[in-house]
Design a protein. Structure first.
Length: 408
């Protein structure tokens, strides 16, 4: 294979998580007998541009035309994206004459924040169900993949954009060259492209390897992003922030060559920190892979011990990362009786491949488990706070990484 950013030959495989079904393809009861496709899940490292990427890419139509992840489900994201809209509006002086376009706009959560501040908005969302929902709620959304044609339509209807955002989607798109070319066509000369991506360094430090799944073609650090935008696309990364979402993410600010935004010292500081961490070296990734296998062993042994003691275990949260964790660790409906999730689109469905029922949180009262495994670990504080009553009634909540631990 060739590196998808720099076209170098033979990025090096360092981690194989086996074959898994598609992470968000939850199964309705009437389809439980149907065969589900499994795809290899393997991560590689490019020694030239330092990008971590999957070596097998699933066609996007299989993953994104109907989507059950909804940004507005959690309080954390509602607050995060409301504040992001406020911060960007203030920083870039956005007004009622400004236009913000969000790529992969989901249910329109971020755009609602801009709309409430009086800024013009437009969303681009390929999932039919989410685009319908956003439009019904007054968030103008184009139900398409972001393309040259969709850019022409936006410019014809709204003009060029002051800000284009892409939150937790830049890792999902195989041809980021085409996407970035289209972003440049959509932006005003002094416009800004703002992306948020889960941060590879945090994943490696915290051993949250389940963030690797087929939707995430890339696992980003800042180093390959700077290479991509500056060496390949002729743009400039002028600022970066470390934010808390998804267990640690980067918010990266990019300008066109003619843009006037001043380059901040944060960029060089983070590049230096990444070099010190070892992001440039193959051995860093090999060491991480060894720790992933130890982390798997620790969790499997822990769950096996609890089951041998006759304990009843449920899961909490059915995000996409659940599919990676459960399949890599070989955990299924013999280990977890059910999984609670607060997203109504997932309640009543079954997990991909291993068919654990996903239920609403009321189930914790009806069928009280002894333990709850926090599969949505990035919302651990919110989940535990919300379920204090269950914790006080003896249910123990387990954080899975880097090794299983009871949350007191």
């Amino acid at each position: 294979m060739l590196c998808k950013i720099c076209s170098s030959e033979d990025p090096q495989l360092f981690l194989s998580l086996g074959k898994t079904p598609l992470a968000n393809n939850f199964v309705p009861k009437e389809h439980l007998e149907k065969e589900e496709p499994y795809f290899p899940l393997e991560a590689c490292f490019c020694n030239h541009c330092k990008l971590v990427q999957l070596n097998y890419v699933v066609p996007p139509e299989l993953m994104f035309k109907h989507y059950v992840y909804v940004s507005s489900t959690t309080k954390m994201f509602r607050e995060h994206f409301t504040k992001m809209a406020e911060d960007l509006t203030q920083r870039f002086g956005l007004t009622k004459h400004s236009l913000v376009v969000d790529i992969g706009s989901n249910d329109g959560l971020l755009l609602k924040g801009f709309k409430n501040l009086g800024v013009k908005i437009y969303g681009v969302e390929p999932a039919d169900n989410l685009a319908r929902q956003a439009n019904a709620e007054g968030i103008a959304t184009l139900n398409e993949f972001f393309s040259a044609e969709s850019v022409k339509q936006i410019i014809a209807e709204k003009g060029k954009a002051d800000v284009v955002t892409a939150n937790n989607v830049f890792a999902h798109i195989e041809d980021i060259h085409a996407v970035t070319k289209n972003v440049k066509a959509l932006l005003k000369d002094d416009g800004v492209f703002v992306i948020e991506v889960a941060y590879l360094v945090d994943m490696m430090k915290n051993m949250t390897f389940d963030a690797i799944y087929h939707e995430h073609i890339y696992s980003y650090s800042l180093t390959p992003l700077v290479y991509f935008f500056e060496e390949v696309q002729g743009m400039s990364v002028f600022d970066v922030e470390h934010v808390t979402t998804h267990g640690g993410s980067l918010r990266v600010y990019v300008k066109k060559q003619e843009g006037t935004w001043e380059i901040q010292p944060t960029v060089q500081q983070m590049l230096a920190e990444e070099k010190d961490f070892g992001i440039h070296e193959q051995k860093t990734y090999e060491h991480f892979a060894a720790k992933v296998n130890k982390s798997k062993e620790a969790l499997v042994n822990y769950i096996t011990l609890l089951k041998s003691q006759g304990k009843k275990i449920a899961g909490y949260g059915a995000p996409a990362k659940t599919t990676t964790l459960l399949h890599f660790c070989g955990l299924g409906n013999k280990e977890l009786d059910y999984i609670v999730d607060d997203n109504p689109l997932k309640a009543g469905l079954y997990t991909p491949g291993n068919h654990i029922p996903v239920v609403s949180s009321g189930k914790l009262r009806e069928e009280k488990p002894d333990y709850v495994l926090l599969l949505a670990w990035n919302f651990a504080n919110e989940i535990v706070q919300k379920n204090k009553e269950h914790q006080e009634n003896g249910i123990k909540f387990i954080a899975p990484f880097p090794e299983p631990k009871i949350i007191e």
